[in-house]
Write a protein that binds this ligand. Sequence first.
Ligand SMILES: Nc1ncnc2c1ncn2[C@@H]1O[C@H](COP(=O)(O)OP(=O)(O)OP(=O)(O)O)[C@@H](O)[C@H]1O
Length: 202
Amino acid sequence: MIAAVEMSRLGIARGDRSLFQDLDARLEAGQAVALTGANGAGKTSLLRALAGFIRPAEGTVRFTDAAGAEIEAETARRRIHLLGHLDGLRPGARVRDELAFHAAWLGGGAAEAAVERLSLEPLLELEVRKLSAGQRRRVALARLVAAPRPLWLLDEPGAPLDARWRGVLAELIAEHTAAGGLALIATHEPAHGLARTLELSV
Ligand SMILES: Nc1ncnc2c1ncn2[C@@H]1O[C@H](COP(=O)(O)OP(=O)(O)OP(=O)(O)O)[C@@H](O)[C@H]1O
């Protein structure tokens, strides 16, 4: 469980350039927050820093449990899904194998429920590289269903999806937060249905 993520005076730099400084923000269980800002403002970088892939230039990120106790960073990492816009799928793998691999690797169970929720049955025997961008994103989203984790960090998750699948994505996020999950969602779209917005300004 992760009950809260607290960013305090957080600053992130890429190369020798500071992207932002002094970011104070708190995300709590049950909340889905839109992360907005211009191209290059640092949304992807912030998500990667929260997932532990980039070391902040300054400030702190704290993960706490329901009792307010700090969760050690390594433990917190295993409770996070980072969905990047490159999807993180192996192009040469069949969808069936890729889903089974990710479900096992992420500590989930069988992928059947995820296959059904994302209507992936007709795609299971195809190689990932043969999928359209939207189909690939549905496979990537299936990981969130197959391996439940409390904190979702999603980088423009709806960008390649059509209206039907954007609707399903919104449902998945709503169900996740209703069950006590947290989500931070980088988006250039109007953030309908999300509790509030965290804006990075350049
Ligand atoms: N590995 C890197 N080395 C140097 N600079 C980088 C690296 N990764 C990203 N940057 C730079 O950091 C800045 C922020 O990039 P980031 O991808 O976090 O922005 P973003 O807000 O997600 O943008 P977009 O809306 O275009 O997706 C950009 O100017 C980018 O070129």
